[in-house]
Write a protein that binds this ligand. Sequence first.
Ligand code: CMP
Length: 146
Amino acid sequence: PKQQTLAVIKPDAMEEHRERILEEISGSGFSVTQLKEMVLSREMAEEFYKEHREKPFFSQLVEFMCRGPCMMLILTKENAVEEWRAMMGPTDPEQAKATCPNSLRARFASDILQNSVHGSSNEQHAEEKISFIFGDISSDCRDHRK
Ligand code: CMP
C-alpha cells in the first residue's frame, strides 16, 4: 500500500541544493503529490516542532526554520516514511558521513541544526504535519486516492 510522508527542504539547502534534492526524490520513485514553497512564521515553526519544545536547541531551531523559504512536499510511495528517512540519513551530518555517505544529509548538511531536510518520523506524525502544512484540502485528496 502507498504511504505518504511530509518532506521539507530547509532554508540552508534552498539556494544551493533544492534542484538536486528534487531530482533525487523523483529519481527514487517518490511521487510528489503536493509541493509548496513558504516562509514559516515563528508561530508555525513552533507548532511544527512542538515535540521538541523542551529541547535545549528549540529556540535555535525555530529561528533557523524561519530564516528563509522552505519547500514543503507530500511524498507518496510504498513505505514512504521509512524510505524518505533512509534517503535523508542520520540527523547529524557527521554521523551521516560516517554511516550513510550517499545520504542527503551526508552530502548537503552543514551541521546538526542546519541539516538540509526534514521528514516525518512515523505515519501519525506524517498525517498530522501534512494537514498542518497543507490543510484540509490535501487530506480530502488523500482520502480519494485510497
Ligand atoms: P529534524 O529531523 O527536522 O528534527 C528536529 C530538528 O532539530 C533536527 O532535524 C535538527 O534540525 C535539529 N536538531 C536536532 N538535534 C539537534 C542538536 N543537538 N542541536 C541543534 N539542533 C538539533
